[in-house]
Design a protein around this ligand. Sequence first.
Ligand SMILES: CC(=O)CC(=O)SCCNC(=O)CCNC(=O)[C@H](O)C(C)(C)COP(=O)(O)OP(=O)(O)OC[C@H]1O[C@@H](n2cnc3c(N)ncnc32)[C@H](O)[C@@H]1OP(=O)(O)O
Length: 430
Amino acid sequence: MQNVRRVAVIGGNRIPFARSNSRYASATNSDMLGAALDGLIARFGLAGQQVGEVVAGAVLKHSKDFNLTREVVLGSKLDPRTPAYDIQQACGTGLEAAILVANKIALGQLDVGIAGGVDTTSDAPLAVNEEMRRTLLKLNSARTLGERLRIAAKLRPAQPFRPEIPRNAEPRTGLSMGEHAAQTALRWNIDRQAQDELALRSHQRLAAAYDRGFFDDLMTPFLGLTRDANLRPDTTLEKLGALKPVFGAKGPDAERATMTAGNSSPLTDGASTVLLASEEWAREHNLPVLAWFSWSETAAVDFVHGDEGLLMAPAYAVPRLLARAGLTLQDFDYYEIHEAFASQVLATLNAWDSKEFCVDRLGLDAPLGTIDTDKLNVNGSSLAAGHPFAATGGRIVATLAKLLASKGSGRGLISICAAGGQGVTAILER
Ligand SMILES: CC(=O)CC(=O)SCCNC(=O)CCNC(=O)[C@H](O)C(C)(C)COP(=O)(O)OP(=O)(O)OC[C@H]1O[C@@H](n2cnc3c(N)ncnc32)[C@H](O)[C@@H]1OP(=O)(O)O
């Protein structure tokens, strides 16, 4: 086996994100991932080239999209002999795809690869109810007309109109991501004002980044959108403070509910891609390196039997990542913590600063401590940009790599919480 090689982040490309059921309502995952990939191919002169692998995924995928990524590659200008496949790790999908490609490059199994992700809640897959599905499958395999008629006679008219609509909920608890996060917010006493301030900062920083042209070489317009449609540069603490709680707003703790449409990420449609390569490949192709992809770590929590918050796995992954890399929580110039909900970012930060959590749960001698919040999500994050589940990782990797390139040196931490009680984290360096 070859020695581990340095992995370069060459750049990224995404389409602006749209709120669910708005501008991209008629677009498919394939359309959006295709647009993000086409932009990346054009930007880095990859047309006609055979890229080592393209790895991407979607959290919500139609059953007809067996291998969505391969189909998108076949429809792109890449050499059709480029292997491509789907992966899925909920909201960690995009980052996990980048880790997978990076690891193969590091091991010398690939010289160049593309990672990506896409999601649409507007074009979510709809399944017919189980009884109907079984009947239709039998109908499809019936050999004679008589057999078909017998099966068809069992179809009741009301059956087709009882579809199974995918819910943004945990299969084992039936609770939505937001309801789980509301429980965590209570446990960590996350107050409303701090959540609204975080949301406001996210909008202000994303707007400022657009205004100074930060995204000009990270984005391709799509269906008339040139900026994330969820971005509200004119929002204020007063407007955010006036919104009614939507999660944890029923039941005995309703009075203490703090999570609103303003401090929760919205349901979003969008896609992102990232180009990763070995140092040699980058040099041979005359492409500058934005940053190096250096470490990664995942974790999962037992939110089913234990008392852990569903979205708290990054609180476990990051300390392990730090230990492996020989770093402290303060050794970073940038922190990219995915804002699924403002309360979940704040609960994670509280956990790292809690002696009880760090000693009892992480087995450390002392808390990891606080971070300088001026270095947190400096160009905004999911509260402002939106969160098309599998596309968020690619947005963050490209943003952080460019931040590090603009600074000229430094280190950035990525932390993404995911459904199923999982967390995906990584470090980029320059
Ligand atoms: C999945 C994983 O693996 C891990 C994760 O990331 S977990 C996160 C997954 N994502 C989610 O769970 C999505 C959570 N979000 C939602 O379900 C929905 O967006 C929501 C229930 C929070 C809100 O839905 P909604 O009510 O349709 O939102 P929307 O109509 O846009 O906003 C409600 C109001 O707030 C206002 N508002 C929203 N954001 C605002 C802001 N920043 N400033 C001012 N006003 C705002 C809107 O203008 C609207 O006001 P009106 O009613 O007067 O029009």
